[in-house]
Design a binder for this molecule. Structure first.
Ligand code: ADP
Ligand code: MG
Ligand code: ZN
Length: 635
């Protein structure tokens, strides 16, 4: 910070000096322009003045005549009077003689060619050179030291006090923590391991979806190990100049070797660790050189020396095989999305930093956020704190948490969005359609909340379902019931209004995805059985799948998908037809109240048999879930 301020000041001073020099040059080279004003006079007027004897002396050059009048025309300030010389007037000399003025012809002064050359060519060059070298020196100073620092690693050296993170800051992820604790222990006391002859892995690779705390874990290792910690991001190796990436790797490992025992952390290693192309065409030479250098350096390291290399990535499948072989990143530490207990722990860790009311039910919040990463949970706690401030309160309450979950899932409320009564009615029936179908199905998660308040994500309404317990496996029936629930919205529209709307677009997309997955990946169709028809790429990112089957099979998959969805739609329609009265009744309530809880919903649907999970407690009124059906999109 300080350094930046220092370096800016002289630059401004330099600009000012340059400006002054230019002004001085102008003043010296063209003095008359600076010191006198020039007044131009028409030639005819000049002749008139000449005849009237008002002109004292005249100087003539090729294009102009400058003259001094007998008396100053204006206020007596020294003024040059000039007139454009009319070349056709060859009697000018006679006229001047007649008028008896002194006159001289000025021969335009030739500048010496050497001086002209110096002024017009050498001087600007010198100025530019001076400016350039000055800037270069400044810049290289900022980059650290002298101008020979290109290719230095630029790795930040962290020591324990600076990352400020410990394993206590990382919640859940116990397996990853255990694996890393071993490494920390080794760095503290390598002799213990050497005595028994155990070798610790040279490198460990943290893999997992984005936001699960990989970078955080590495920082925690640095905080716990109390050894120097070199941290660099993969993209920082990719340089403007070919060969510099490799030079950086070399330098990084040289520094690390000097500081051992220490930790080197390469974040987002996929930036350099991508598979090298077999074809070699269109390959990236620079990246490959960097990767080769990294492989070489890792081999050259003596594991006993106490340099541990950590790396993190969310795309392990694109890494070069050579990186993963024993002796390099031979230990792979998965950092997965947190489970129920993990989510609760993460929420508690982040809630330490905000003022909360004592009665917050973290288990409930954790249950409602299945599928959320650590980063998203941290975001939910922060949004809750913001919601509390907006509401003018001094601490976070349970309802702030609930609102925060909805914000993360569906965006902010659009309080002043104008939705016509007709659209509201349609959305009400649509949402109750989902909820009613879900409630009547055996394997669908219970309804938590139904709302028709528009959100910034474009959703005009949604129905939240929260599972009572964490589900790691899903049965065929559960998936089918889920698809049926997705169909409920559109079925309600068709049943009640006899017309359908664009509101079901998101439902359709999700239902199709599920049906397709059943057939191509889960082996749940009668036609294909246990046959993998798709492979997944990028498991931690988008989860894109590639078809691995013939075109005919692909066509049959489409037919099958269509059948599954059609059957589910039939079922949904049947349920709604059987419960048409309740559908009308509930949609009317929702239209009026805009938001109803699962308890209110069940109280109307089945007044006599409130399920045990819906005890009317504070906690049960809360929550949303990753598989909420959000509708709208076109709003
Ligand atoms: P990644 O590198 O895996 O993409 P980060 O380590 O950058 O994710 O995590 C981003 C943020 O999310 C962290 O700074 C932290 O606030 C929060 N976070 C993620 N996982 C956890 C966790 N297990 N415990 C506590 N906080 C977490
Ligand atoms: Mg990261
Ligand atoms: Zn819907």
């Amino acid at each position: 910070m300080n350094e930046k301020k220092d370096s800016k000041k002289p630059l401004i001073v330099y600009y000012i000096i340059a400006l002054i020099v230019v002004m001085l040059l102008n003043a010296l080279l063209f003095p008359q322009i600076q010191r006198y004003s020039v007044k131009e006079v028409a030639y005819s007027e000049f002749l008139t003045m000449l005849e009237e004897g008002k002109i004292k002396s005249v100087q003539i050059d090729d294009t102009q005549i400058a003259f001094t009048p007998t008396e100053q025309l204006d206020d007596g300030k020294a003024t040059y009077y000039v007139t454009n010389r009319v070349t056709a007037d060859d009697k000018i000399v006679d006229r001047l003689l007649d008028a008896g003025v002194t006159f001289t012809q000025i021969v335009p002064e030739e500048m010496s060619p050497i001086i002209e050359f110096l002024l017009s060519w050498v001087l600007p060059l010198v100025i530019f050179y001076a400016l350039g070298s000055f800037m270069f020196r400044r810049m290289s100073k900022q980059m650290g030291g002298n101008s020979m620092t290109f290719g230095k690693s630029n790795a930040k050296v962290y020591v324990e006090a600076q990352t400020g993170k410990t394993f206590d800051d990382v919640a859940g992820e116990d397996e990853a923590k255990d694996a890393l604790k071993e490494i920390v222990d080794f760095l503290h006391d390598p002799q213990k391991y050497r005595d028994i002859g155990a070798k610790l892995p040279k490198g460990a690779l943290l893999v997992g979806p984005p936001g699960t705390g990989k970078t955080l874990l590495a920082k925690a290792v640095a905080g716990e190990a109390k050894v120097p910690f070199f941290s660099i991001s993969g993209s920082e190796f990719v340089e403007m100049f070919v060969g510099m990436g490799a030079a950086r790797v070399r330098d990084l490992f040289k520094q690390a070797g000097e500081k051992a025992p220490c930790i080197v952390f390469i974040d987002e290693i996929d930036a350099i660790g991508k598979k090298r192309d077999a074809a070699g065409v269109g390959g990236n030479d620079e990246r490959e050189q960097t990767l080769n250098q990294l492989l070489t350096e890792m081999d050259g390291f003596d594991a006993g020396k106490g340099v541990v290399i950590l790396a993190a990535t969310n795309r392990p499948e694109i890494l070069d095989k050579a990186l993963l072989r024993p002796g390099r990143f031979d230990r792979r530490i998965p950092v997965e999305l947190p489970d129920l207990a993990g989510r609760e722990a993460i929420l508690r860790v982040h809630a330490r930093d905000v003022k909360t009311e004592p009665n917050i039910d973290y288990t409930q919040v954790a249950r409602a956020t299945s599928g959320c990463s650590g980063a998203e949970l941290a975001n939910i706690v922060n949004e809750a704190a913001i919601a509390a401030v907006k509401d003018g309160r001094k601490s976070v309450a349970q309802r702030d948490m609930e609102e925060a979950i909805e914000i993360v899932i569906a965006g902010y409320q659009r309080k002043n969005a104008v939705v016509s009564q007709r659209d509201k009615l349609t959305v009400s029936y649509h949402e109750i359609g989902h909820a009613l179908v879900a409630a009547k199905l055996e394997n669908a998660a219970p309804v938590q909340k139904i709302t028709i308040i528009p959100r910034t994500s474009g959703a005009l309404g949604y129905t939240m379902q929260v599972d009572e317990e964490e589900r790691l496996l899903m049965t065929r029936e559960q998936i089918l019931d889920k698809i049926t629930t997705f169909c409920g919205g559109r079925a309600a529209e068709a049943l009640i209004f006899g017309r359908i709307t664009s509101g079901a677009s998101n439902d359709i997309e999700q239902a199709t995805k599920l049906a397709r997955m059943m057939i191509t990946r889960l082996g749940m169709s009668d036609t294909f059985g246990m046959m993998a028809l798709e492979t997944q790429s990028g498991q931690y990112l988008s989860g894109d799948a590639n078809l691995v089957c013939s075109d005919q099979t692909a066509a049959r998959i489409d037919v099958e998908v269509k059948q599954i969805i059609a059957q589910c739609y039939e079922r949904a329609m049947q349920i709604l037809t059987d419960n048409k009265e309740k559908l009308h009744e509930l949609a009317k309530i929702l239209l009026e109240k805009e938001t109803i809880t699962g308890i209110e919903f069940m109280a109307v649907l089945a007044p006599n048999q409130l399920p045990s999970t819906f005890e009317p407690t504070d906690a049960a009124q809360s929550g949303a879930q990753g598989d909420a059906q959000t509708d709208g999109g076109q709003a």
